[in-house]
Ligand binder design. Structure first.
Ligand SMILES: Cc1cc2nc3c(=O)[nH]c(=O)nc-3n(C[C@H](O)[C@H](O)[C@H](O)COP(=O)(O)O)c2cc1C
Length: 158
């Protein structure tokens, strides 16, 4: 099985999650884990599973992730299993009704990533997943790397 993990990251937290996923899958598959700035569309050739992750910034994925996915040809992900994740703040812990309202309306980065992956023909395995950072710059909430490890194995069925 060929697996590609594409991610973006400003402060390194999403990268840590992506690396945990890579480590989880490496024994059972051929895994490439590539930061968005280094990905070329040819990397999508002959993959069985594509996982894409981004920090949530202004309720959305980062611009490089969005632009990369939007530019892909239609149906390029036909017969490819896809999964989307993000990192995010736990808004339940933020005392702001405005923020809670905004999150209810606009959500997090993983959902629009998943939508794009589906529109390019991918088969979504599971619901988009979010991994929590304690503060904007991190660190990750306790247990999130372990959760990412497990989640990645579930996506790959290994
Ligand atoms: C400019 C900015 C906008 C952000 N917007 C959101 C947001 O809309 N929702 C959210 O949950 N977290 C938001 N965050 C927190 C980021 O999700 C957090 O910085 C990110 O998960 C860290 O991942 P990274 O280390 O890979 O960059 C924002 C952070 C910054 C700096």
């Amino acid at each position: 099985m060929n697996i590609l993990i594409i991610y973006d990251s400003f402060f390194g937290n999403t990268e840590k999650i992506a690396f945990a996923m890579r480590d989880a899958l490496q024994g059972s598959a051929t895994v490439q884990c590539i930061r968005i700035h280094e990905v070329v569309p040819e990397k999508l050739n002959d993959i069985d599973l594509l996982i894409v992750g981004s920090p949530t910034r202004g309720f959305r994925p980062t611009k490089p992730i969005v632009q990369f996915l939007d530019k892909l040809p239609a149906d390029i992900l036909k017969n490819v299993k896809v999964a989307a994740f993000d990192t995010r703040i736990d808004v339940a812990k933020v005392n702001s009704r405005f923020l809670h309202f905004m999150v209810r309306i606009f959500g997090y980065a993983a959902q629009p990533i998943a939508g794009r992956l589906s529109r390019k023909g991918g088969t979504m395995g599971a619901s988009p997943e979010g991994f929590i950072v304690k503060e904007s710059e991190g660190p990750l909430e306790d247990g999130e790397l372990e959760r990412a490890y497990k989640w990645a194995k579930e996506q790959a069925g290994v």
